[in-house]
Design a protein around this ligand. Structure first.
Ligand SMILES: [Zn+2]
Length: 205
């Protein structure tokens, strides 16, 4: 079930206080419009009623899709351990920043294997850097799968389109390699995870 609470928030620009709604539990199954607002990031977008400042405000929350069986926990305070209920039978992920939280949901919602995607992202990024040595492309974000195309975001205004089959080929290679990491609890997938998980060995085979 989705649930929310209202907090008092002090605008960092004008220091006036106003109230805003935070969704602590987000269940796209009982509230489809919430799903859309999370995927666009709009759920976290607020405008100060006093000075008009636009803000993206991140806070601890849990996105739980009971039909696609995945849960993504956003836990923004790095100094404390994430306290999130374990959900047996779910893919459970932990994120520390709002953009990563939104991206993780988009990846899993699109039905991709996010471990394979992490490897895919690395391979594509290496290709982009090789093809465009003059450009400082440092990261790629998942955007969407539409039909037989997969879209990655290079910057806010620029996308690249790749055939979905290029991802599927890599997914097949990972599957054939027997890569099957042991995961317990909420997994935080990041650059270090890619290095340590053993998934890179797939590329050597
Ligand atoms: Zn303000």
């Amino acid at each position: 079930m989705s649930s929310r609470h209202t907090i008092s928030y002090t605008c960092p620009a004008c220091e006036q206080t106003f109230s805003l709604t935070q969704w602590v539990n987000i269940s796209p199954n009982d509230a489809p419009e919430l799903r859309k607002h999370v995927m666009t990031g709009d759920l976290f977008h607020h405008i100060c009623p006093y000075c008009g400042k636009h803000m993206m405000i991140a806070y601890n929350c849990l996105y739980q899709d009971s039909s696609k069986r995945f849960a993504v926990s956003l836990h923004v305070n790095r100094s404390e351990a994430a306290v999130t209920p374990l959900l047996p039978g779910y893919q459970m992920r932990l994120e520390r920043t709002l953009p990563s939280f939104v991206e993780r949901i988009r990846i899993l919602d699109a039905g991709l294997d996010d471990m394979v995607f992490e490897l895919y992202r690395m391979v594509v990024l290496a290709q982009v850097k090789k093809q465009h040595p003059d450009r400082a492309v440092s990261s790629l974000r998942f955007d969407a799968v539409e039909g037989q195309d997969l879209f990655l975001q290079v910057s806010q205004s620029e996308q690249i389109r790749l055939p979905l089959s290029s991802y599927q080929n890599l997914a097949d290679r990972v599957k054939r390699s027997g890569f099957h990491p042991k995961v317990s609890g909420y997994l935080h997938i990041h650059g270090k995870w890619v290095q340590q998980s053993g998934i890179l060995d797939v590329l050597k085979k």
